[in-house]
Design a protein around this ligand. Structure first.
Ligand code: ADP
Ligand code: ZN
Ligand code: ZN
Length: 742
């Protein structure tokens, strides 16, 4: 083996592998100052038999172990850092805080194209004249007017981008034809960075309305040049979005960028639309409806300052920004901001950390703030801004609780609800019906022996679907034909049991054949554009019935909805998860907020079998805010988050004992490091709420500490040992800091 030269330089590389460490490689010989600029650049290295792409995190003169064993870097991919240092340190913080391997964390932040080694510079394909093309006079190509137009354009400008071609109405076919003749050729444009401030008139493409007094008070509280977390708690329709837009305007005028995070994109396309309508500047979207290639472009545009506003889902919180001035998190309570696998990060919490490092404001907006945020606002860690009245002409809806006990139900609806639906439709208005279960019925039951259709792979029942007819496990995805007779007793009387969206849809359509019944759930919206098409139909304003799951609860603005019916609100109250009541309160408030968004007065009917439940009464009589404060008191008494801090270990295995043994070892490790005390508590191993999913047995172990610092300390020490233990290689396991699902 040849000895590396004495002035060799070494680098620590973060590789996308599930190990909590960095890997050392040897760099080509470099001058000191050049070595520094290696940080943040991608390199290709040998890792065992594979070639992997990693990111350089540090460069050092001396190796930390035997230099003769350190392999050289195979290829240096970038000539400049692909990740700015700010994002790099954010990723490193996230890796530490969520106890996730740093290489995988960085990989999460990179768009797929860059993970695969595509160039890290922001270019757009374009056409330019070939040498032959350059020789042509302006009058050439007279017989093909479009080609002539392209030629004339290219004789004036150095290149023609796809955007410019679209503006000039020059089709791709025209350009292909010219390329075939050898007149033009493909090129790549490096995009210019935009970094000057935008002046007032340039910036707005639409007048902003005069703010309401409450909006103005909220806006006046914001300081733009220092870190602060603002909780903007505003009833649905109270004008939060308008406040965001005016803040964004301020930041853009100062020449900085704004980052707006929204829940799942399919559910909230209106926010994107409003941003685009208001501003005359580059808006880049980062979410799952954007193609991979476009996502990489937008990511680079954010990094290089070519985009002024970045709007996207959770993942956008990890986009590099050239000069970020403001972060907004709309519907901050939404669960989609927490990733449930891989890097289990909260885009909200990460953004707050990021804003603190950048010394900029971050705004959390919601009609139904999470208890976490509310707790922080009450204790003065966040500045609390409130909007209590609806903006514009809308009045708050009137909410009625309907006692279902002893009432006959048809397709889940009682007579009061059915009459209200009929009245609303005959008044020419629209109805929204909320059922938290998709499919036709939660299961198929044998009336004779009590057998019900269960999933072979999971501890779950198979949901009956009618369109198309099949049985479907919503946990592992298993699908099978509907049984003709009972496998236990051979009886033919198999009946659907319980209620799902399809059943109510079918019945309502038969009952109200003159109007359109539109169902919105995961099944009916599988096609990418389906949801926006449905919402367009509703937006036309004709009387119709919109029926669906919690997908409907998100921020849709549907002005013609006069009646909202919540078919069953009891689930959340009876839930085993301590967050059940919080979620129920959020859901009911959000769904109710869909009624009466403009001139039409809104009514909300909430059907319940437990109408005298004190929490439900509190929610409906006093509203979400006081309801949430009451829940916080309960969390205080039972020492649960957000009063305390929690991390969850989850393990699964085809053999139950492997997962259990692993978690017992985890438990012993913790007890050894920090014996249970009033301020450090453990629970487990216990079976997960659904023990078997997809043929795997699932267990969990939970730790709870009174302080965040203590939780992190104990986790650090324990994981070091757990990672070394042989059992940790046998079970599939994860650790989830600030877990939202228990
Ligand atoms: P939220 O984001 O709190 O649900 P929006 O910002 O969407 O509320 O506002 C609800 C409705 O009120 C929208 O139709 C919006 O255009 C309108 N609106 C908001 N602020 C004002 C204002 N200051 N003057 C008039 N209309 C407003
Ligand atoms: Zn039977
Ligand atoms: Zn299943």
């Amino acid at each position: 083996m040849t000895k590396p030269p004495s002035q060799a330089t070494y680098c620590s590389v973060a590789l996308p592998v599930p190990l909590r460490r960095l890997f050392e490689y040897q760099l080509p010989i470099l001058e000191n100052n050049i070595a520094q600029s290696f940080i943040g650049r991608r390199v290709e290295v040998k890792f065992g038999q594979q070639l992997l792409i990693g990111l350089v995190l540090s460069v050092q003169k001396t190796a930390t172990y035997d230099p003769s064993k350190i392999k050289p870097v195979e290829t240096i991919i970038d000539s400049q850092p692909v990740l700015p240092l700010e994002l790099l340190s954010l990723c490193q913080w996230a890796a530490r805080y969520y106890h996730h391997p740093v290489g995988e964390t960085i990989s999460t932040a990179l768009p797929q194209a860059l993970r695969h080694g595509k160039p890290g510079i922001n270019t757009r394909p374009a056409w330019r004249l070939s040498t032959e093309g350059k020789g042509l006079p302006e009058t050439a190509l007279a017989r093909a007017p479009k080609q002539q137009q392209a030629l004339q354009y290219l004789l004036k400008h150095s290149n023609l981008s796809a955007e410019a071609a679209a503006q000039q109405n020059i089709s791709n076919a025209t350009l292909q034809a010219m390329s075939k003749k050898g007149l033009i050729e493909k090129t790549e444009l490096v995009l210019e960075t935009l970094n000057s401030g935008l002046s007032g008139e340039q910036l707005l493409s639409q007048e902003s309305p005069a703010l309401t007094a409450e909006q103005q008070v909220a806006l006046d509280q914001i300081r733009y040049h220092q870190f602060n977390t603002y909780l903007l708690e505003g009833a649905t329709g109270s004008g939060k979005t308008e406040v965001y837009l005016q803040m964004v305007a301020r930041v853009l005028q100062a020449g900085k960028q704004a980052l707006i995070l929204i829940p799942e994109i399919g559910l909230t396309p209106q926010t994107v639309m409003r941003v685009r309508q208001r501003f005359n500047c580059e808006v880049a979207e980062l979410h799952s409806n954007v193609s991979e290639a476009k996502r990489a472009q937008n990511w680079l545009a954010a990094r290089d300052g070519c985009a002024h506003i970045i709007i996207g889902t959770r993942l956008a919180s990890l986009s590099p920004m050239r000069d970020l001035g403001l972060i907004i998190i709309d519907e901050e309570h939404d669960l989609s901001f927490k990733q449930q696998d891989g890097l289990r990060y909260s885009a909200r919490d990460l953004s707050i950390y990021r804003a603190s490092k950048l010394n900029i404001p971050v705004v959390l907006g919601s009609a139904t703030p999470s208890l976490e945020s509310l707790h922080n606002a009450i204790h003065g860690r966040y500045q609390h801004l409130r909007l209590t009245k609806r903006a514009g002409v809308a009045k708050p809806p009137s909410i009625h609780l309907v006692d279902l006990r002893q009432k006959a139900l048809t397709a889940g609806l009682c007579q009061d609800a059915i009459s209200a639906i009929a009245n609303t439709l005959s008044n020419g208005h629209q109805v929204m019906i909320f059922i938290n279960r998709r499919g036709y019925a939660p299961t198929l039951l044998c009336h004779n022996c009590g057998w019900h259709a269960g999933c072979r792979n999971c501890d779950a029942q198979l949901t009956l679907h009618r369109s198309p007819p099949h049985l479907h496990c919503h946990h592992c995805g298993r699908q099978q034909a509907i049984n003709r007779h009972c496998p236990e007793c051979n009886n033919h009387q198999l009946t659907p049991k319980g209620l799902g969206t399809e059943q109510t849809e079918q019945w309502l359509q038969a009952q109200f054949p003159q109007v359109q019944v539109i169902r919105v759930d995961r099944d009916s919206t599988q096609r990418k554009q389906a949801l926006s098409e449905y919402l367009e139909v509703v937006a036309k304003g004709e009387p119709c019935i919109l029926i669906g799951t919690q997908m409907l609860a998100k921020g849709h603005h549907l002005p013609k909805i006069a009646l909202v019916v919540v078919v069953d609100c009891d689930q959340g109250l009876l839930s085993a998860d301590f967050r059940g009541p919080e979620r129920m309160g959020q859901l009911i408030t959000q769904v109710a907020g869909r009624a009466g968004r403009e001139e039409i007065a809104g009514t909300v009917l909430i059907q319940s079998h437990t109408p005298d439940h004190p929490l439900l009464e509190l929610l409906l009589s006093k509203g979400y805010h006081l309801f949430a404060r009451e829940l916080l008191k309960e969390r205080q008494i039972s020492k649960l988050p957000p009063i305390t801090y929690m991390a969850m270990f989850r393990a699964e295995s085809k053999r139950a004992e492997i997962a259990r043994e692993f978690l017992s070892m985890v438990g012993k490790t913790f007890v050894d490091i920090a014996p249970p005390s009033p301020s450090v508590r453990y629970l487990g191993p216990i079976p997960s709420r659904m023990e078997k999913v997809n043929e795997r047995y699932r267990y969990q172990f939970q730790l709870m500490c009174d302080s965040r610092a203590e939780l992190q300390q104990v986790l650090d020490k324990a994981l070091e040992r757990i990672d070394q233990h042989a059992l940790s290689k046998r079970a599939r396991w994860s650790v989830d800091v600030d877990a939202l699902e228990v």
